[in-house]
Design a protein around this ligand. Structure first.
Ligand code: ADP
Ligand code: ZN
Length: 443
């Protein structure tokens, strides 16, 4: 199994361009896209305000003269105020899943759909997918970009697709066994639900899966290890968002040391979310993407709110593109608790350090009086649940200490029996914030 995923294959020559050539290509494409969006009302006005003309780009650094685009801007021009083509030229419309408010729509031309399939195929191939494989797609098919994005990527590679979509976990497992799925595509949290359900059904979930491509939500390295152990597979991470294209913005290669950003199509910046100045290479910052080659709805400097690190050292696989770390959180699901920034992924990291706590947890933040209080409810293994209050207390203290170490915040811990907390088939929603928080992005 390991042998075949480390056998390196690269789909397109552009993935390995020397940096200077890559940057020259980016510059040409940046100039083209600036021209293409110059008549979109939002950009026309923003360019006018800055005294920019469509040919204001002389070097890649000039990107900093261009306006940012945010989700609030997309909402302001709801539903399709950012398209550069006449409506009849659109081939598909998708929507963001609305993790953080009203859904926003994105549009694709025929050429955009071909590009998207190609970009998904690239990361699938870099993570070992070959035409002879059978792939089970357990992502939602619909407005969410995950299902269709991966679907056409797999088709591009020429592998066999089982488009079962998310849900009906039992059937999911039966079908996997019957049809011999070797590759699983879904969210990492759904992979754990699949493993858990299989065990309950007395089915060994480790056969016939060999590897998996997970994305659409943040997950930790510890969670990767747990999924790999439970399902006996190699798990690859891929990243994307609907506003940029969907999945296919970046993905891991066999080295599994950062996700290669498809820089020939997306110009990336990593900025301090407060000052909007670039952070030094390798430091965490907000990722900002400019779509260089999309036709229907290319966005300039889209602020993702995702926090990650970026580095440009060459990779053993031969790709020359920048790599990004895991997303450690989103500035908009970052909780500020008693003035301290806390990401749900940190809670997960702390929980996974305590043996017997599953990664099924919920976080609740409230402000009963003047101080914020955080409660973490977590499922624990049946053998740890006991009638002895003292034992339960020791476990809670242990969990509380780990959370304190990772986040600097003292949390109230509640232990829950297995299978009592909500399960997610798509993106997990683990945080309930009961404080009256104003949505910064609301138009
Ligand atoms: P929404 O913004 O409504 O969730 P999308 O469905 O486009 O809409 O989701 C994109 C977001 O999902 C990204 O901005 C990021 O926060 C998250 N995401 C996608 N892939 C990953 C990944 N591999 N790791 C962490 N987060 C991811
Ligand atoms: Zn690589």
């Amino acid at each position: 199994m390991t042998a075949f995923v480390t056998e390196n294959r690269i789909l397109d020559a552009e993935e390995c361009l020397p940096r200077a050539e890559l940057e020259a290509l980016q510059l040409t494409r940046l100039r083209q896209v600036v021209e293409r969006v110059a008549h979109v009302p939002f950009y026309r006005d923003a360019f006018a305000l800055r005294g920019l003309s469509a040919n204001a780009i002389h070097g890649l650094d000039d990107i900093r003269r261009l306006p940012f685009t945010t989700k609030a801007d997309l909402r302001r021009y709801h539903p399709l105020g950012f398209i550069t083509l006449p409506r009849e030229k659109l081939a598909r419309i998708h929507g963001s899943s609305g993790t953080t408010g009203t859904p926003t729509f994105v549009a694709y031309s025929q050429a955009d759909l071909r590009l998207w399939a190609n970009l998904c195929a690239r990361f699938l191939v870099s993570g070992g997918l070959r035409p002879e494989h059978t792939v089970q797609v357990a992502f939602g098919y619909g407005l969410f970009t995950g299902g269709f994005g991966l679907h056409y990527g797999i088709e591009y590679v020429g592998a066999t697709i089982i488009p079962i979509a998310s849900g009906n976990t039992r059937r999911q497992i039966e079908l996997m066994q019957d049809l011999g799925s070797e590759v699983l595509v879904c969210t990492p949290s759904y992979a754990l639900t699949i493993a858990e359900t299989a065990r309950e059904l007395g089915i060994d979930p480790r056969r016939p899966l060999k590897f998996a491509h997970f994305g659409a939500e943040p997950w930790t390295e510890a969670m990767r290890q747990q999924i790999e152990a439970e399902l006996d597979l190699l798990a690859f991470n891929n990243y994307g968002l609907s506003e940029v294209i969907g999945p296919g913005v970046s993905g891991e290669c066999a080295a599994r040391n950062g996700m290669h950003i498809q820089e020939d199509h997306f110009l990336v910046e990593c900025l301090d979310p407060e000052t909007l100045e670039p952070v030094p290479e390798g430091e965490p910052g907000e990722l900002v993407f400019t779509a260089l080659t999309k036709e229907a709805m290319p966005l300039l400097r889209y602020r993702t709110r995702d926090i990650a690190r970026i580095w440009r050292e060459p990779c053993a696989c031969g790709r020359t593109s920048a790599r990004m770390s895991r997303v450690t959180g989103r500035t908009d699901d970052m909780l500020i608790i008693r003035g301290v920034n806390v990401f749900p992924s940190q809670i997960e990291e702390a929980l996974l350090r305590v043996e017997g706590t599953t990664p099924h947890y919920m976080i609740e933040v409230d402000r009963p009086a003047t101080l914020d209080e955080m409660t973490v409810r977590v499922e624990v293994a049946p053998e740890l649940l006991s009638d002895r209050m003292d034992r339960m207390q020791i476990l809670k203290e242990r969990i509380g200490r780990e959370i304190l170490t990772v986040t600097g915040i003292r949390a109230a811990i509640e232990l829950a029996a297995p299978r009592t907390l909500e399960r997610f088939m798509g993106k997990a929603k683990r945080v309930t914030d009961k404080r009256a928080i104003v949505d910064r992005e609301a138009p």
